[in-house]
Design a protein around this ligand. Structure first.
Ligand code: NAD
Length: 368
């Protein structure tokens, strides 16, 4: 791969290859854009088939973080790290401490966190070597499990979407089909049930499905392959990515798609257009699921649950703004979300060009 050509394509600032003989660490950190602030993004540990795939993944994911932070109104840029290795067999304290030392060497340009294949436990090893880590347990003053805050943001996004379509944000009597009742899905159902929504849920994990129907008696369970065809107001994908594709979109009988799953559309351009043709309103995934990111970003100024929850609730207004842009500019909601993020980066980038005397770099959150 021609590395610099690849970096130029999506405008990446910096890529760092980290190697440590002793621990066997092979990691890549990608910093996409720091216009808004330090690049924050998780550290994924994955058994990549080859190094090129690892590099491609970290470049793609770090760019996604730039958009996610920008749209969420955070003063953060986009970054991501990948550790090449088997997350089931290759984890050790030395590996993660070696990784932490590389993160520290970037002096705060990149702030790491947990991601697929890493957990709070490894971030605590990382924290022994660097100040630039989030996603620490509540016991150590961190933000802990992000899923309740992600679920809250998702619930706010659903209300904003229902309000946009019907003129009322009430979920009373609305039928919501939830795919996946794991960490986020469970908390989402809790909000929906409290508001009097009629929830239809599915999960491939029988235990999780039993838990939801036991805890919330009104929840109706359906088989995993039946969820797409459920006639409902909202389809909330809270399981895997790429679930909306050429096969599943024709089955949908919903008015809105709004859920926490990442990369929910198999092909962003093609499938958001397909949803639009079916008059289905799509709440862009990286906007509606930003509660988790908002939660960890709050650690940067000393974690405060109330503030994190309040910020996650602002997803309601962000989703509404995206629908306004999409309507006014006659573009899909996916494009509108990207436009919102890009315009914020451009505007803030321009004001940062003005010399402010002390040149104090303010970091942390901050809502639009
Ligand atoms: P989780 O693993 O706790 O829950 C996912 C659930 O989906 C599980 O119960 C699993 O059995 C179920 N599932 C998997 N495949 C399924 C299928 N084909 N049909 C039905 N159910 C299926 O994960 P989570 O933390 O709840 O995250 C859910 C989604 O939200 C993921 O896509 C994740 O990337 C995204 N997300 C999560 C957070 C967070 O704070 N946890 C933040 C942002 C985005």
């Amino acid at each position: 791969m021609a590395v610099f050509e690849e970096l130029a394509k999506k405008d990446h600032e910096q890529v760092i290859f980290c190697h440590d003989q002793e621990s066997g660490l092979k990691a890549i950190i990608a910093i996409h854009d720091t216009t808004l602030g330090p690049a924050l993004g998780g550290c994924r540990m994955w058994h990549y088939e080859n190094e090129e795939l690892a590099l491609r993944d970290v470049l793609r994911l770090s760019r996604g973080m730039t958009y996610k932070s920008a749209a969420a109104g955070l003063n953060l840029g986009g970054g991501k790290a990948v550790i090449i290795g088997n997350h089931k067999t290759d984890k050790s304290e030395t590996l993660f401490r070696a990784y932490g030392r590389f993160v520290q060497g970037l002096c705060g340009r990149y702030i790491t966190a947990e991601d697929v294949g890493t957990t709070v436990r490894e971030m605590e090893w990382v924290r022994m070597e660097t100040d630039y880590v989030t996603g620490i347990s509540r016991a150590l003053g961190g933000s802990g499990d992000p899923s309740p805050v992600t679920a809250l943001g998702c619930y706010e996004g659903i209300k904003a979407s229902v309000k946009w379509q019907t003129g009322s944000e009430s979920l009373e009597g609305k039928r919501v089909a939830v795919q996946g009742v794991g960490a986020v899905g469970y908390h989402l159902v809790q909000h929906l049930a409290r508001d009097g929504a009629k929830v239809v849920a599915t999960d491939i994990d029988g235990e999780n499905l039993r838990r939801i129907t036991t805890d919330f008696r009104s929840v109706e369970a359906v088989a995993p392959d039946k969820i797409y065809g459920v006639e409902c107001d909202v389809f909330a994908p809270c399981a895997l990515g790429a679930v909306l594709n050429d096969d599943t979109i024709p089955q949908l009988r919903c008015a809105i798609v709004a859920g926490s799953a990442n990369n929910v559309l198999a092909d962003e351009e093609k499938h958001s257009a397909m949803l639009e043709r079916k008059s289905i309103l799509y709440a862009p995934d990286y906007v509606i699921n930003a509660g988790g990111l908002i939660n960890v970003a709050n650690e940067l100024e000393g974690y405060n649950r109330e503030r994190a929850v309040q910020q996650a609730a602002s997803i309601y207004n962000i989703v509404t703004t995206i629908y306004q842009i999409a309507r006014d500019e006659k573009i899909t909601t996916t494009r509108a979300a990207n436009a919102l993020a890009e315009r914020r980066i451009q505007r803030i980038g321009r004001i940062k060009g003005t010399y402010s005397g002390t040149q104090v770099q303010k970091r942390g959150r901050g809502i639009i």
